[in-house]
Design a protein around this ligand. Structure first.
Ligand code: SAH
Ligand code: SF4
Ligand code: F3S
Length: 457
């Protein structure tokens, strides 16, 4: 879960745009695309909110804390707007906008417009309308095809890695989750549109793309033959694009991990050996209550097949503790699953009841104190596994895609194939944008440090 500001800046532009992003990578992608839509109107990104003419909060509804953050942020924005004599337009976008747009307008009069995730292409029109009267709520209907068709072809690019949304929405209806309600039904973009966007990214210097979707491995966009493609076939087609040296994708569902995708991990070297495959719980009983539609045994078998195809695959996951009815035994099953699978990284959360989801009204909600303790126990194990995985890279020589100067003078940082941040002593100008072999000297919880095998040319 990230918070980002939107690059790039454009000194020519006359108006300043500040976007604050919450939630998943799909929101990060959407924020970039909103900046693309607004650029032709003269809006350039700023990272100081005080300078902004237009502020967009791109919000997340996944847990209560995420949603509440929006209202406290809006309180601060209102003060700022007042201090500027009202000369600031405030928009709320993203999943909170979709889920509780009317409430936002009611609770915070400083908000000028509310726009759901499928309506970002309408931002220019909305802004014009807002200039005349306080805006309305737009985007309750899900129309991803319209959104993607209408977004401008030109993409602003910042650096050498990029997100590319290939699939939106979710039909899985896990009983705890708001995503099917905030993002609508599963929908995949056509292969041709994705290839065109990827070619543009590569032409602008991007070397690594991460394909995004709530259930990205359920991707079934229209292929060149008019028939549905698969994510594996899409990856093979992307691999043909000169300059695109690394492909990742996230988030995958265990039930959509098809054979051709597992084989692609064996045969397609640009597909990076890092897989985010959330399981949520290790207890069959809880998995059933969550409506995940698979059990722990199936997950173990799947991991075995994946590791057989790609022995150096690093596994990542998401976990929820304290789901309604979770007993000590259920939690112990989760700990056992984690011990068996061993993760290179993972996110874990206390269950948060979400309005309108079936789990919110299930009996036997677990007390917060119990959930908190379980979360701590689970995270201790997951952090230990992550540290051990990182430490296990010591002595290896691995390719690193360098992205930016490090925090300390003379440091440059990039990513390993397993998504770990890697630090070396080096010359930023020579390294950034290059994939260079690095010998790893040590690895801790968060990062690796290494030395260059050779001086970059
Ligand atoms: N599509 C992805 C998940 C998207 S949401 C998948 O199926 O895995 C990201 C993560 O947030 C989920 O994997 C889950 O671990 C967590 N999450 C979702 N709803 C939650 C809730 N109500 N309470 C706590 N965590 C939740
Ligand atoms: Fe939510 Fe489940 Fe869909 Fe993931 S698969 S987005 S957890 S409903
Ligand atoms: Fe949050 Fe919406 Fe993503 S609820 S996790 S921003 S799909």
């Amino acid at each position: 879960m990230t918070e980002t500001l939107v690059p790039p800046k454009d000194e020519q532009a006359t108006k300043r745009l500040f976007i604050k992003t919450y939630g998943c990578q799909m929101n990060v992608y959407d924020s970039e695309r909103m900046a693309d839509v607004l650029r032709p109107l003269g809006y350039a990104a700023t990272d100081t909110v005080e300078d902004a003419d237009f502020v967009i909060l791109n919000t997340c509804h996944i847990r209560e804390k995420a949603a509440e953050k929006v209202y406290s942020e809006l309180g601060k924005m209102r003060e700022l707007k007042d201090a500027k004599g009202g000369a600031m337009t405030i928009a709320v976008a993203g999943c909170v906008a979709q889920a509780e747009g009317e409430e936002i307008m009611k609770r915070q009069p400083a908000v000028d417009l509310v726009v759901g995730p499928q309506a970002y292409h309408q931002l220019p029109e909305l802004l014009t309308r807002t200039a005349r009267a306080r805006g309305e709520r737009i985007g309750a209907d899900f129309a991803p095809d319209e959104k993607f068709d209408a977004l401008p072809a030109a993409r602003g690019v910042d650096g050498f890695t990029a997100f590319l949304t290939v699939q939106e929405g979710c039909d899985k209806f896990c009983t705890f989750c708001v995503v099917p309600y905030t993002r609508g039904a599963e929908w995949s973009r056509p292969v041709a549109a994705i290839l065109a966007e990827a070619r543009e990214l590569a032409a602008k210097g991007v070397r690594e793309v991460t394909l995004l979707g709530q259930n990205v491995n359920a991707y079934d966009g229209e292929g060149p033959d008019g028939k549905p493609s698969t994510l594996a076939r899409l990856a093979w087609a992307l691999a043909e694009i000169p300059g695109l040296d690394r492909i990742r994708y996230t988030t995958s569902h265990p039930n959509d991990m098809s054979d051709d995708l597992i084989q692609a991990h064996r045969d397609l070297d640009v597909l990076m050996p890092w897989l985010h495959l959330p399981v949520q719980s290790g207890s069959d009983r809880i998995l059933r209550l969550m409506n995940r539609k698979h059990g722990r045994q199936k997950y173990f078998e799947l991991i075995d097949r994946i590791r057989k195809a790609r022995p150096d695959m690093a596994m990542s996951g998401d976990f929820i503790v304290g789901f309604p009815g979770e007993t000590e035994k259920d939690f112990e099953d989760t700990m056992d699953l984690v011990r068996r699978v061993t993760y290179a990284s993972a996110f874990s959360f206390m269950y948060s009841p979400r309005p309108g989801t079936p789990a919110a009204t299930m009996g036997a909600q677990v007390p917060d104190a119990v959930s908190r303790e379980r979360l701590q126990t689970l995270q201790t194990l997951l952090f230990d596994q992550q540290t051990a995985f990182n430490a296990s890279r010591a002595g290896m020589t691995i390719p690193v895609l360098f992205e930016r100067p490090g925090k300390f003078d003379g440091h440059v940082t990039g990513r390993s194939p397993w998504l770990q941040p890697v630090y070396v002593d080096g010359v930023a100008d020579q390294l950034i944008g290059q994939i260079v072999p690095v010998t790893i000297e040590s690895g801790g919880l968060k990062s690796l440090s290494g030395r260059l095998l050779q001086k970059a040319a």
